[in-house]
Design a protein around this ligand. Structure first.
Ligand code: OXD
Length: 326
């Protein structure tokens, strides 16, 4: 008797070219892949499929009318928007694209850190003016990174790579803050929640690579910012809501923080009237820390491997703990 064929719907993603996406059609011989180019096509297909590789998510109404649906592969890493109360309560398996972005995003963290350390924004401003200034009196000296301390909040796929490059490449001392896995060989010391304030005071650079959950929302609040070492840098490539943005602006304006490298904001796109745009010690990138020339390939390889595993009944990659929220 032949086994039932599995039906999977796949939605578009802006970094994945159609020919890359098409590779999913060959993920497994027993899987029929349906590409839904519009939300309407997706809505029409959802009741007929076993799984969805989706950027659209599933509404409670769709969940009620999709009897075959067993697995949802989120296209990105963060699932805070996808995880509706109904999905949390459902028996659906949810996976996120955890892992492939680790190195890419870590490269962005390191770029922002070094750019702040060397005060590249000031040099770019001079370059715009065709101005050759080696040591203007008002400019702080470049910060030497070797031997400095980085505190990595969230030692998952991204944080591990930040720790690795920081430790092995830049000779930094690495502190790690992680809820569960504490096995990164490049972290010199893991800190408990109760030690976080003290660790913030030890770090020259604080880098956020945490998911946003009820436990981590505004983990960098006014008190945490006040606990940071004077002149330290904050790097955020994760989610804007990890930080009290108004308190951050105040800490940057007062000079308590030396600078911030921000790829994630409370409101995105960052509104044109946000004071962050005009702070000289801030580098802004528009939620692009993972977007490289190879991201589309990484995504498709990950999703195709999970489709294969789904068809073979093997454990899926990037499993989301619905209780924990990531
Ligand atoms: C993600 C993101 O969650 O793009 O993947 O931020």
């Amino acid at each position: 008797m032949s086994e039932r064929r599995l039906q999977v719907v796949v939605t578009p993603h802006f970094v994945v070219r159609p020919e890359q996406l098409a590779r999913l059609a060959y993920a497994h011989p027993r899987v029929d892949t349906h590409f839904a180019m519009t939300r309407e096509e997706y809505n029409a297909l959802l009741p007929k499929v076993d799984a969805a590789v989706t950027g659209f998510g599933v509404t409670p109404e769709q969940l009620a009318t999709a009897p075959r649906l067993r697995w949802l592969q989120n296209m990105g890493a963060g699932v805070e928007r996808l995880l509706t109360p109904e999905l949390r309560r459902s028996t659906l398996i949810i996976t996120a694209t955890k892992g492939p972005m680790g190195v890419l995003m870590a490269e962005h963290v390191i770029t922002l850190m070094l750019a702040l350390a060397r005060d590249l924004p000031a040099f770019f401003a001079d370059q715009q003016m065709r101005r050759w200034r080696r040591y203007p009196a008002e400019r702080r000296p470049a910060l030497e990174i070797a031997g400095r301390t980085i505190l990595v909040l969230g030692v998952g796929a991204v944080g591990r790579e930040v720790a690795r490059i920081g430790k092995l490449g830049l000779q930094m001392r690495v502190l790690g803050y992680a809820r569960a896995r504490r096995d990164c060989p490049h972290v010199d010391r893991y800190v408990e929640h109760a030690e976080l304030s003290a660790a913030l005071g030890e770090a020259d650079v604080v880098s956020l690579s945490l998911p946003v959950t009820s436990a981590t929302s505004r983990i960098i609040d006014a008190a945490a910012l006040a606990a940071m070492k004077p002149g330290a840098f904050l790097i955020n490539v994760a989610r804007g809501n990890l930080v009290d943005q108004d308190a951050l602006i105040a800490a940057l304006r007062s000079g308590h923080l030396g600078g911030a490298g921000l790829d994630a904001f409370v409101e995105e796109p960052l509104p044109a009237d946000s004071p962050l745009w005009s702070l000289p010690n801030v580098i802004i990138t528009p939620h692009t820390s993972a977007i490289t020339d190879r991201l589309g390939d990484h995504f498709v390889d990950f999703w195709a491997e999970n489709v294969r595993r789904f068809a073979e009944g093997e454990p899926l990659l990037g499993l989301v703990d619905k209780e924990a929220g990531y």
